[in-house]
Design a protein around this ligand. Structure first.
Ligand SMILES: Nc1nc2c(ncn2[C@@H]2O[C@H](COP(=O)(O)OP(=O)(O)OP(=O)(O)O)[C@@H](O)[C@H]2O)c(=O)[nH]1
Ligand SMILES: [Mg+2]
Length: 376
């Protein structure tokens, strides 16, 4: 899924230089003492791994750093203002829109990457600096330089290692918050999450895993029902599915808790199937949530047994007591290791090696500081 936003960024203008003269008790008209203006704030983009989408830019389309302060009396320079740091998701491409074309100016491909997109204007010069033997009462000053203004298009493809999927209210955001330091909104009504939240967790193997809390899917999502198939597109860009099922709302219903759980599983799997694009081929970890609820814990063994018949392993967790969380993290570690191996294998395409002395006149591919030549 590609998320795009058009925004304008404005760096701060420099503050103007000041014209002023000293006023002291017995010196009615002292020398010039107007200070210089401060520098305007720069606009930077910062790649932030905890940000998932460009949603924030849909409502806020003009982002301006503050102007530098004007110079003051007594040779006081105006304050330089703080720079503006605009957070964007890791993987954001930043294009500058010019009159007839657009130019890629940055690829925010790494966590913490900082990119100076527009520089603040220099401050103007106060009249103190214009003093000379022939100009003892200078009234000259210069204005601050205007800050840079750019029209920008942001584009991001969402990528996460693990997509937490399930029906609304399953406890997806709660789980994301427990597994990572995310601060996703949790509430007891469906569709609390309207756009994916991201979080990162450090696994025992030392690997970092990025998890995305995908908004609730419902029957018909693949045809645009509920929050629609947009979210299935987010699922497309994950490598592992963490399918979360909450049996607690089946308690007291006519349907048996175990059967209801199987039905819930089938509903989501069916939507993944309908959507296509290989979603059902993804590695899936099935997790039962809300194990702190007595009836859920009681039904768990039976649920496990039923899924075992389908050769599906089931984990149980509680977002309230933390039960099963460690075990789940271990499972994620194991799953990632398996998948990494597979990907390595798939991407190991044969490349013929040359050194600098026997370069034929072919397309060059730079890889790992070595010159490789791709066969054409
Ligand atoms: N008892 C219990 N309640 C839980 C647990 N996990 C989540 N909840 C509650 O279930 C409700 C829904 O939790 P959320 O984390 O918002 O669920 P969600 O799947 O993100 O929901 P949507 O974003 O609306 O799809 C909240 O009231 C949570 O407090 C759990 O393990 N045990
Ligand atoms: Mg949620």
């Amino acid at each position: 899924m590609i998320d795009v936003a058009k925004i304008q960024i404005k760096a701060g203008n420099g503050g103007d230089g000041k014209v002023s003269f000293r006023h002291e008790k017995y010196v009615p008209k002292g020398g010039p003492d107007g200070g210089d203006g401060g520098k305007g704030g720069d606009v930077y983009f910062v790649a932030d791994a905890n940000m998932a989408t460009l949603m924030d830019f849909k409502s806020k389309t003009i982002l301006a750093a503050e102007d530098g302060q004007a110079g003051g009396k007594k040779k006081m320079s105006g304050k330089n203002t703080l720079d503006l740091h605009v957070k964007v998701p890791v993987g954001t491409l930043i294009y500058e829109l010019r009159e007839n074309d657009e130019v890629l100016i940055a690829d925010m491909n790494e966590e913490g990457k900082l990119f100076l997109a527009a520089s603040g204007g220099r401050g103007g010069v106060g009249n103190f600096r214009f003093r000379s033997s022939t100009n003892q009462t200078p009234t000259q000053y210069t204005k601050g330089v205007l800050g840079g203004v750019k029209n920008i298009r942001l584009e991001v493809k969402l990528v996460a290692d693990v997509g937490i999927i399930g029906l609304p209210n399953a406890g997806k955001s709660t789980l994301l918050n427990i597994l990572t330091k995310a601060n996703a909104k949790v509430s007891d009504y469906p569709f609390t999450t309207l756009s994916p939240n991201l979080g990162t967790a450090l696994l025992k193997s030392g690997k970092t895993v990025v998890l995305a809390d995908i908004p609730g899917l419902i029957e018909g999502a693949s045809e645009g029902k509920g929050l629609g198939d947009e979210f299935l597109r987010h699922v497309e860009r994950t490598r592992i599915l963490l399918h979360l099922i909450d049996p607690s709302d089946l308690i007291g219903m006519e349907i048996d808790v175990v059967q209801g759980t199987l039905d819930k599983y089938a509903t989501i799997r069916n939507e993944l199937e309908q959507y296509g694009k290989g979603l059902t081929d993804k590695y899936e970890i099935l997790v039962i949530s809300k194990m702190d609820v007595t009836e859920v814990a009681e039904a768990f063994k039976k649920i496990q047994k039923e899924f075992k018949k389908k050769k599906i392993e089931v984990f149980g967790i509680s977002g309230v007591t933390g039960e099963g969380i460690e075990h789940l993290l271990e499972k994620l570690d194991e799953a990632l290791a398996k998948i990494d191996k597979k990907v390595e294998f798939q991407t190991a395409t044969p490349v013929k090696l040359y050194d600098l002395n026997n370069l034929p006149n072919r397309r060059m591919v730079f890889k790992h500081n070595r010159v490789d030549i791709a066969e054409q």
